[in-house]
Design a protein around this ligand. Structure first.
Ligand SMILES: *Cc1c(COP(=O)(O)O)cnc(C)c1O
Length: 395
């Protein structure tokens, strides 16, 4: 097997130009070359977020996976104030764990995994308890649920709380309107829907909120969000040595999204999810969530009773297809199928064919000479803006 098809919610199969970007020339990160690269990435991130008042926002890039950006936010924003973490899954729990490490006044509202957050419960809690910061996950990757930024954003505004969002698995796939939804800081990483290698994360935030951090006690030397802001603000730099090759790759991945258009990219990912979901439904599979609750980059699927998740994953792996097992309470009960990165519609049809073979327990009849094909294939997409039917190649 020389190539894997990563049907995971990150890591992803990267585009060829991202693969080659990582091997660009050697530069010194304390020279103008890197400063240009960093500012180029920042500008592209603000465009990816479709920020309307760009002068009021900044983005910092951290060498470290998504958790580094989350820890930078949670260790830097709260000070000695009160933070409420909203959780309905594994990644909400992780935000809570990070926050308790740094903030003694951490409150938690937990909702069942795979169920949406109850805004009345949150509203009531906020009326009873003075809360200064609210933290939440946008796309709860453990179940595939897209939590409502609009609802929590409205509550944070009414209650004058700083809203901090983990957008690690939604940025690049779903719209995050920070301005409309009162989001002060949003984190994400390079290796999910943005389509680059793992190892970089970033925080987009309001300039004013970044400035505010100066008055807060530092709780981490390396993941000090104000230090990152100060460094880019004053010197167009990072506080410590950045992973330069990954910056090249991230810049290219962002350029790829902006070249085809943010709305176009979102529609492309949504369309792939629809094809996968229709195909899996036809095989009689049931999903964890109702379709209106799902994020467009991942589908959580109940495993049929006649097969185990471990066996399913192993048989798919033999055909070069990688999926994830469900996490936490879904472990052993569900599997996750992602649809980000360079997966063509032939790759998706290949996945569905192999899956059908495995589920009908006629694996031996699955032709072993069917090879996955990477890159461009005819893939119908509805462009969001003008409703024109286009294909990946024929735009
Ligand atoms: C993947 C992910 C993270 C970060 O995990 P890392 O292992 O640090 O990359 C955080 N939050 C969510 C919602 C995620 O999906």
């Amino acid at each position: 097997m020389d190539k894997y098809l990563l049907f995971t919610p990150g890591p992803v199969n990267v585009a060829e130009n991202v693969r080659s970007a990582i091997g660009k020339e050697d530069i010194c990160h304390r020279e103008i070359d890197f400063e240009k690269l960093l500012l180029s990435i920042e500008a592209k991130l603000l465009s990816l977020f479709e920020i309307r008042h760009k002068s009021q926002y900044r983005a910092v890039v951290i060498s470290g996976s998504g958790t580094a950006a989350n820890e930078a936010m949670l260790s830097s924003v709260v000070g000695d104030k009160n933070i409420l973490v909203l959780s309905n899954g594994e990644f909400g729990e992780r935000l809570h764990a990070i926050s308790t490490m740094h903030n003694s006044n951490t409150f938690l509202l937990e909702f069942p995994w795979g169920e949406s957050m109850d805004m009345d419960v949150i509203d009531t809690f906020l009326q009873q308890q003075s809360i200064d910061v609210i933290a939440m996950v946008h796309h709860e990757t453990s179940s595939g649920m897209l939590n409502s930024l609009a609802d929590v954003g409205a509550l944070s505004k009414v209650n004058d709380a700083v809203l901090v969002v983990d957008g690690v698995s939604s940025v690049g796939a779903e719209t995050i309107d920070m301005e409309k939804n009162n989001v002060a800081f949003c984190s994400s990483s390079s290796s999910k829907a943005i389509g680059s290698y793992a190892g970089l994360s970033f925080v987009v935030g309001k300039r004013m909120e970044f400035e505010e951090l100066k008055s807060k006690p530092a709780k981490s030397t390396y993941l000090n969000l104000h230090k990152f802001y100060d460094s880019i603000h004053k010197h167009s730099q990072t506080p410590n040595t950045p992973a330069v090759p990954l910056f090249y790759a991230l810049e290219q991945a962002l350029e790829n999204i902006l070249d085809e258009g943010v709305a176009y990219r979102h529609a492309k990912i949504r369309r792939k999810a629809e094809v996968l979901r229709q195909g899996m439904s036809k095989l009689g599979l049931r999903f964890l969530l109702e379709s209106q609750d799902m994020c467009s980059m991942l589908t959580a699927v109940f495993v049929p009773s006649h097969i185990t998740v471990a066996s399913l994953r192993q048989q798919l792996r033999e055909h070069g297809i990688i999926i994830y097992e469900g996490k936490g309470c879904f472990s052993g009960k569900a599997f996750q199928v992602g649809n980000i990165g360079e997966l063509s519609d032939i790759d998706i049809q290949f996945f569905l064919t192999i899956l059908q073979g495995i589920l009908s327990q006629k694996t031996s009849s699955v032709p072993s000479n069917v090879t996955p094909i990477f890159g461009h294939t005819q893939f119908p997409i509805i462009h969001n803006d003008n409703e024109v039917l286009v294909t990946e190649d024929g735009r």
